[in-house]
Design a protein around this ligand. Structure first.
Ligand code: IPT
Length: 977
């Protein structure tokens, strides 16, 4: 068929056409021994599939042309489609990339079957070889294979042309919350097999050591030759041919000269089972032999023995009810977009393992094949999700018979590709596509083909978490309030495991109440966890001067989450997109360069394998894992006292069974109560090299309070210079450039913005100093004390604020009281803000740390004596916002290299932040690179600080973390060092 005929079908507007001449998907890995066609290809970009061709240039494969600096940059939309055409139509302006290169077909491939594999093409792929149409495929995230045997000549050159059409009927079911990209985003391979070949291999390996290997055999030259047979060996041990299977096939007349099937079996004694904690793998080699014993084809697999089952309302792995500590992960890279290397993916999964995650949902499409190998190897459970999201037109498409083939195609091909991975424990039918007959059709296919794994689909589950008739074996809501989950588990109605497919939206400074959520999950039978939304902040490295993606040339132009000068992390709208969804694309637990955000430490502690308790004088070590003991861990005790004394001693971890605990003696004698509060910390590290962490990597740092603080010391006698106030009754101090005043506002976090809090604060005038005018009401001296009463105007009535200054040895004590009118029922903070002279660049503090923490995200920050340069305290969230806070701070110093500076003692543990920006500076900037650091420090001491919550998509913080109206009192002492 000439090219024009294929184009005249307009396959980009025909959902019924999912492929043409594409080979069936299978689980035979052809990567080794293949000819890799990655590298430089001729390329031209057409304005539409039938538009006139422009000039040839060159481009790298794999790669998205949208990341290449071409005139078709990435565009970010979440729910809405980037164009207005209804399904199945797409816009007439439809960028189309034509990739072409010549390939030397090896002469030794004569007589062999020659196959082209295109790893991924967004969104329609048309293949031509030597000018002849060779195939067509859709589904941007699964490989397509085409048999080229009749189109090429071994020993000669062939011209391969891959035309990729960006917009199509398929775009309407690829409407995921990510950048729209286009191109050939995964590798292109050419390989050869014998005409007699393994068409597929299916491995079932059970927890009890039973192994079954099913092989499908074909010969492309005609009927299968007489006498072929298959052998398989597991770690060198041969499997037995299943003669009972052969006999039954013969009896049922299922043997044909066209399709060959073979089954092999064994039982492995004392099998080492696979779990995410113990990712034990065996090597399997399957060989297809000709009658003379010679090998026609072979396939290598790594096998993990494990069972997945739902019993009652529990999801069991190897018979154990597990907790799913998951994250949603997209294939993403800040320089290449959707193109990721195996090294990139290993780095992703290593980070996840180091921070306590044990599961990944491949939101919202099958990921690069290497990801599943890595999950098998490193130990992560995978919810494998099909590439179906019709978010904007969900209702129309779910029952549209024109899309029925695409639904079944995408789900079935994912299952056929990934079925042999022990890491894959659940199939997902897709995301946010309503629920219709097309889903049931796809679910039916899976249930028949792979009865060994459950199915989940949020769109079905949400109709009724318990209805067994719906196409979801898991109750997998997104962003459900934890109270609703607990209520369901307690209702007596629960029939399915409840594992949230998305929860705790990580946009900006977020993930409040994660610890409370997990406390509820762990204490409520029926709840088993969920998947945090999401792993990545999808910021694309962008050159500020020309607005182009930096592309591969941007390697090394970022560090620790921060971009080099002249660059920034682009989010929605930064490429001039008219339609976009802004910073909603920056909602991950890691920065675009994979630097962990502070929430990762919170997660690490919540998920930690070891927990400590100290009740009634009894110290216990708990093993929080499901499958293994504590021998792989080493630990060290640390005793932390308020007076600064710190002691450490090696800890011997007891051999505790999974889920169990053991009493251990106190490693240090308890200090005298007069010494103030005493904390005991256990620093837990890896005892050996792990695949995901070298020996000595910190795994968690649980901590218990051994004895509480003693009642505050009596006020020191007044001495030192009298307190000086200026004409506005503000404190004058040699180290302060801006006097301590009341602070009620923070630079809105993304949660504050999208949850509506920022708008209320604006209505109250809290975001504008000009509107919260301070009026001094009274100044009086009471002995050496000076009392200043002032009033701040707000849109909800005046706030009365009192400051009492008392000179103390070396400084001044400040007692404050603020009375918030009833209308100010949800402010960001109540506290003090002041600014210091330049040069005080190191913060030493006693309190929680060392990482950023907030009232509802502080479980992972342990009490200790911490020290950091001021510039490292701040967290560079992509859209600047409140950041860098430290919870539970009891005292701190801010000092210069010569040890001069200031010391602050807080009357009660407070939320403290020290950074280079005023709240207004942060709120006014759209990107981190726009911020201009101030030379001194901006210091906040908050008696009350609002929790972070997750209101940008999901529940807000809980009531206990809100700042109540009424009276707030706090006290602090400022001294010169
Ligand atoms: C939900 C999506 O499934 C996910 O892709 C992402 O968009 C997330 O929310 C928010 O970042 S959809 C949302 C409208 C509930």
């Amino acid at each position: 068929m000439p090219r024009d005929h294929l184009l005249s079908l307009r396959p980009w507007a025909s959902p019924e056409i999912t492929s043409w001449r594409r080979l069936p998907m299978n689980a035979v890995d052809r990567r080794s021994g293949a000819l890799c066609l990655d590298g430089s290809w001729h390329f031209r970009l057409l304005p539409s599939p039938d538009g006139s061709p422009g000039e040839w240039t060159v481009t790298d494969v794999p790669g998205a042309w949208t990341m290449d600096g071409a005139d078709d940059p990435p565009q970010y939309t979440n729910v809405r489609m980037p164009f207005g055409d209804f399904p199945p139509e797409s816009p007439a302006a439809n960028p189309t990339g034509v990739y072409e290169r010549s390939v030397d077909i090896p002469a030794e491939w004569a007589g062999r079957r020659i196959v082209l594999q295109v790893g991924a093409a967004e969104s329609v792929l048309l293949v031509q070889v030597n000018g002849t149409p060779a195939g067509l495929s859709k589904d941007s995230h699964l490989a397509a294979e085409f048999d080229l045997t009749d189109l090429v000549h071994p020993g000669e050159q062939a011209t391969v042309r891959l035309t990729v059409v960006k917009w199509s009927d398929a775009s309407h079911i690829e409407d995921q919350d990510q950048w729209w990209q286009a191109g050939l985003t995964r590798s292109v391979l050419l390989y050869a097999t014998d005409p007699l070949h393994l068409a597929d291999v299916t491995v079932r390996a059970r927890q009890d050591g039973r192994l079954r290997v099913d092989c499908t055999v074909r010969d492309t030259t005609g009927p299968l030759p007489e006498g072929w047979y298959v052998t398989a060996a597991l770690d060198g041990q041969l499997l037995a041919q299943d003669t009972e299977f052969d006999r039954r096939n013969a009896q049922d007349m299922r043997v044909s000269d066209f399709l060959g099937e073979a089954r092999l079996r064994t039982v492995v004694p004392d099998v080492r089972t696979w779990t995410a904690e113990t990712p034990e793998l065996y090597g399997l080699v399957v060989r297809l032999h000709r009658a003379d014993g010679s090998v026609a084809d072979a396939s290598h697999h790594r096998v993990g023995f494990r069972d997945v089952a739902i019993v009652g309302r529990d999801l069991l792995v190897n018979g154990e009810r597990i907790f799913v500590r998951g994250v949603n992960r997209h294939d993403f890279h800040p320089l290449t977009g959707r193109t990721v290397t195996a090294e990139d993916m290993r780095a992703d999964l290593v980070v996840l393992k180091r921070f306590g995650f044990n599961a990944v949902r491949t939101s919202h499409y099958p990921n690069d094949p290497a990801l599943y190998d890595l999950a098998d190897e490193l130990g992560l459970y995978v919810v494998d999700e099909a590439n179906i999201e019709s978010h904007d037109h969900a209702h129309e498409i779910a029952d549209d018979p024109r899309y029925l083939p695409a639904f079944v195609d995408r789900v079935s091909r994912m299952v056929l590709r990934d079925k042999n991975h022990p890491s894959v424990i659940i199939w997902s039918l897709g995301n946010e596509s309503d629920y219709g007959a097309n889903h049931d059709a796809a679910a039916g296919w899976v249930r028949r083909h792979d009865p060994t794994r459950p199915i989940q689909y949020e769109g079905a589950a949400k109709l009724d978490w318990a209805d067994p008739a719906l196409a979801s074996d898991i109750a997998c809501p997104m962003y459900a309030p934890i109270e609703d989950c607990v209520a369901h588990a307690l209702s007596g109605r629960q029939t399915k495991p409840l594992i949230q497919c998305e929860y705790s939206h990580a946009m900006g400074n977020s993930n409040g109440t994660l610890a409370d959520t997990w406390a509820a999950i762990e204490s409520t039978p029926g709840l088993q966890g969920g998947f945090i939304w999401e792993f990545w902040d999808h910021g694309i490295l962008q050159r500020v001067n020309d607005g182009r993606p930096a592309g591969r040339g941007g390697a090394g132009l970022y560090d620790s989450g921060v971009t080099a000068p002249g660059h920034r992390w682009a989010y929605g709208g930064d490429f001039g997109e008219a339609v976009h969804d802004g910073a909603f694309i920056a909602d991950g637990v890691v920065f675009p360069d994979r630097t962990p955000k502070p929430v990762m430490y919170e997660h690490r502690e919540i998920a930690g394998p070891v927990r400590l308790t100290y009740d009634d004088g009894v110290l216990r070590i708990h093993n929080r894992q499901h499958f293994r003991g504590l021998r792989w861990l080493a630990a060290e005790w640390r005793l932390v006292q308020a007076d600064g004394t710190a002691r450490s001693a090696p800890a011997a971890l007891p051999d505790v069974l999974p889920g169990g605990s053991a009493e251990v003696p106190l490693p240090f004698p308890l200090p005298e109560p007069a010494a103030g509060e005493v904390w005991l910390t256990l620093r837990v590290t890896t005892a050996d090299d792990e695949a995901w962490a070298p020996l000595g990597t910190e795994v968690c740092v649980p901590q218990v309070l051994l004895s509480p603080a003693v009642a505050g010391a009596p006020p020191r006698p007044a001495s030192g210079p009298a307190v000086t106030l200026d004409e506005d009754a503000l404190l004058v101090h040699p180290l302060l450039t801006s006097a301590p005043v009341l602070s009620l506002w923070r630079a809105p976090t993304d949660n504050d913005e999208l949850g509506g809090m920022a708008a209320r604060w604006h209505d109250w005038g809290l975001d504008a100093p000009a509107r919260t005018v301070r009026k001094v009401v009274d100044v009086r001296e009471e002995g050496s004390r000076v009392v200043v009463l002032s009033e701040y105007a707000t849109g909800a009535g005046p706030v009365r604020h009192e400051q009492v200054f008392t000179p103390v040895t070396g400084g001044v004590r400040v007692e404050e009281c603020a009375e918030l009118p009833a209308g100010l029922d949800d402010v960001a903070r109540v506290g003090t803000v002041f600014e210091t002279v330049p040069g005080l660049d190191v913060l030493d503090w006693y309190g929680q740390g060392p990482w950023e923490s907030y009232p509802d995200r502080s479980a992972g920050a342990f009490v200790g004596h911490h020290s950091l340069p001021v510039d490292e305290l701040f967290t560079p969230y992509l859209r600047p916002q409140e950041s860098g806070g430290r919870h539970g701070v009891r005292r701190f110093t801010l000092s210069a290299p010569d040890a001069t500076g200031l010391a602050v003692e807080l009357g009660a543990p407070a939320q403290v932040s020290v950074n280079r920006y005023r709240a207004q500076d942060l709120a006014a900037a759209a990107h981190h690179d726009e911020l201009v650091p101030r030379p001194g420090c901006v210091v906040h001491l908050d008696a009350a600080h609002r929790g972070l919550g997750t209101a940008s998509c999901g529940p807000d913080t809980s009531a206990g973390y809100l700042v109540a109206p009424g009276t707030h009192r706090w006290e602090w002492t400022l001294r010169v060092l």
